[in-house]
Design a protein around this ligand. Structure first.
Ligand code: GLC
Ligand code: GLC
Length: 631
């Protein structure tokens, strides 16, 4: 075989012949999916690797891998594929609720996570993201985000067999297993990394290695620093003096996707995970996967071609699997990853950051603007809305948007950083700075929801702010995602400073071990844990019972009050009107403002009838979810 031809049908015939010769008569279902998706995959391959003389050979081996993976796919997963084909929008349901945790920190091990399934069910989870659980270096491994093998589970957590069993048990409990697909880089201990450094045939171009500083210096003219506390720039030096691309930690080496062997190898790892029963892959650091000299090497067009190509491979061999994009970048770029052909799901970092922005400023305008302007998505796709993640909060809003409201982005980010790390007078937040860069003045913020919201500081409004932030994340659409432990108001854990493996990375402050004492208090309404847990539980129940919350459609609403955020979630005949007061005083939304709705409404959180002709009074940091009928 040789390079790709311009005629996909010609190459399809060659690949079919090749498959027959090597693997016998292909399966009819696979044939059907091949016919449907091969033209797309071929087109993408031609754009990415059309110049290479091994293009067809590489494409043929990707397809062969997909065919073999389909053959090996367990029957219950094929059944799941069929079920999802009948109900392709399953993840847009208002019953969807995600939880995220570290296996070791929350459950000790994969078995421990299995023992928590009854709790997850009681909480209402339908989606469980277990953070990296693969083999990774001892000591600092960026919380497992440095992967040494995608096929072996970190022995401290369990085995791949246990993970497969866990996926099956979760499936029975109506919970989809989500794991990270950390495909921008591997750890320096991965077999590919060792071979690449040793110059083993076939692996020389798996990573980006340069003999001296010439190319690294040239790239660094335009590439931003991600972990400046660890190393300046984006390259680290190997013991032999050469330089290798490492965007994140020095032991996380970026893969070279300009080499189709890397695509082929990663497609194999992805299909392997799909066959373990994983239902969603969280595409880690997706913005960074393609590099080009003279550009920021983030969100380049080829990153999208690669994602589409991975997606086409999946549609052939594990069609029910979804991709979730982790692109924590400018909102114009975030949206580009979201489509049925690319990532069906995406974190919503803008809504997350602006929720905190509104709590600090007591001004909901930036969040209101983002909801009205940047919330819409292509049909069939969904946001994953969260209050905070295991990572830092970066102020990723668009300066242009802020400017329209008379806000200057640069000093505003400075203010937000100062506010959330406790440097601003009168702040309620107890966050910690992350990756402060003296060269650029950039910084990000870490802290648990409760600590950032004022609970740690003893602010009387802390618990209300925790609930308010969740009331927003649970009502704007898509899949809300809880950081497990936050539902019992877990606080910052400063012990990371005592451990040399974590001391340099302040994100560990908000990744505490399962807060057992607070979980024990969750039924006690006299405690912060109890108040947050009870409040959140009623929000979850109300959301599950409100079909208006399905999908992503959202319409703005003008509450005519400077501290109130307002939007509508339209259903078939009724609408849920969400009102949230980010201010420190009681806010009244007057009757005239509500006169477009019938007089009778229902507060769906407390299930009570209310009369809109009297207006709505929102306590400080209070909110309401109202089922209203447009006149
Ligand atoms: C993602 C992860 C983060 C990690 C980085 C490198 O952003 O969420 O925790 O440090 O990728 O893998
Ligand atoms: C950078 C990346 C983001 C990642 C974070 C980890 O902001 O853009 O993907 O989550 O670093 O700290």
């Amino acid at each position: 075989m040789s390079g790709l031809s311009t005629d996909w049908a010609h190459d399809a015939a060659a690949i079919r012949r090749h498959l027959r010769e090597n693997a016998g008569e292909p399966d009819a279902t696979f044939e059907r999916r091949f016919d449907e998706h091969f033209p797309t995959l071929h087109g993408l391959f031609a754009q990415l690797y059309g110049e290479r003389d091994d293009g067809l050979e590489q494409l043929a081996s990707v397809v062969a891998e997909a065919a073999a993976s389909w053959t090996a796919r367990p029957l219950e997963l094929k059944a799941r594929d069929e079920q999802r084909e009948q109900d392709p929008q399953w993840y847009l349901s208002n019953r969807m609720l995600g939880g995220v945790c570290y296996v070791d920190r929350f459950g000790g091990s994969i078995r421990g996570i299995r023992d928590s399934i009854p709790y997850f069910e009681a909480l209402g989870l339908t989606y469980l993201h277990l953070m990296p659980l693969f083999e990774s270096p001892d000591g600092n491994s960026d919380g497992g985000y440095a992967v040494s093998s995608y096929r072996r589970v970190n022995p401290a957590l369990g085995t791949m067999d246990e993970l497969r069993d866990l996926a099956a048990d979760l499936r029975l409990a109506g919970i989809s297993l989500v794991v990270d697909f950390i495909f921008n880089h591997t750890s320096n201990e991965h077999e590919w990394a060792r071979k690449a450094v040793a110059g083993a045939p076939g692996y020389e171009d798996f990573y980006l290695i340069f003999p001296d500083r010439t190319m690294p210096d040239a790239y660094e003219q335009t590439v931003r620093e991600i972990f400046p506390d660890d190393h300046p720039g984006s390259f680290v030096q190997l013991p032999d003096g050469r330089w290798i691309w490492a965007t994140f930690y020095s032991f996380q080496w970026d893969l070279n996707y300009a080499n189709p062997s890397v695509f082929r190898a990663m497609a194999g790892e992805m299909l392997f995970l799909a066959n373990q029963g994983v239902e969603v892959l969280r595409m880690d650091a997706v913005a960074f996967i393609w590099k080009r000299l003279g550009t920021p090497s983030e969100s380049l067009p080829e990153a999208h071609l690669l994602m589409r190509a991975f997606n086409a491979v999946l549609r052939m061999a594990a069609p029910s699997l979804l991709f979730k994009s982790e692109a924590i970048v400018h909102p114009d770029e975030v949206i580009e990853y979201i489509s049925l052909e690319e990532c069906q799901l995406s974190y919503n970092p803008l809504q997350m950051a602006l929720t905190w922005e509104a709590l600090a400023t007591r001004d909901p305008r930036m969040l209101q603007q983002a909801l009205e302007r940047r919330h819409a998505l292509p049909p069939g796709t969904a946001w994953v809305n969260y209050v905070r993640s295991h990572d830092d909060i970066g102020w990723t809003f668009a300066d242009e948007d802020a400017a329209e409201l008379g806000i200057d982005g640069h000093p505003h980010r400075r203010f937000l950083n100062d506010f959330y790390v406790g440097r601003f007078p009168g702040t309620f937040a107890r966050g910690v700075p992350f990756q402060e860069n003296p060269k650029t003045g950039d910084a990000r913020v870490t802290g648990t929801t409760a600590s950032l919201a004022g609970v740690e500081a003893g602010d009387p409004a802390g618990v209300d702010r925790v609930l308010l932030a969740h009331a927003i994340a649970l009502s704007t659409g898509g899949i809300p995602l809880l950081y497990l432990g936050d539902e019992v108001a877990q606080l910052n854990d400063y012990s990371y400073r005592d451990d040399p493996d974590t001391a340099q990375d302040s994100r560990w402050v908000h990744r505490p071990a399962r807060p057992a004492a607070r979980y024990d208090e969750r039924a006690d309404a006299g405690t912060d844990a109890g108040r947050v847990f009870t409040g959140l539980s009623s929000l979850i129940l109300a959301r599950q019972a409100a079909p208006e919350f399905a999908g992503n459609d959202l319409v703005g609403f003008d509450p005519r009050h400077p501290c109130v955020l307002a939007f509508q979630r339209p259903g078939e005949t009724t609408t849920v009107l969400v009102l949230a007061n980010v201010g420190d005083d009681l806010a009244l939304v007057d009757p005239l403002t509500l006169s477009g709705f019938a007089d009778e409404a229902t507060d769906i959180v407390i299930d009570a009838e209310i009369d809109l002709t009297r207006g709505i009074a929102l306590p400080a940091h209070g909110f309401a979810w109202l089922r209203v009928t447009p006149r």
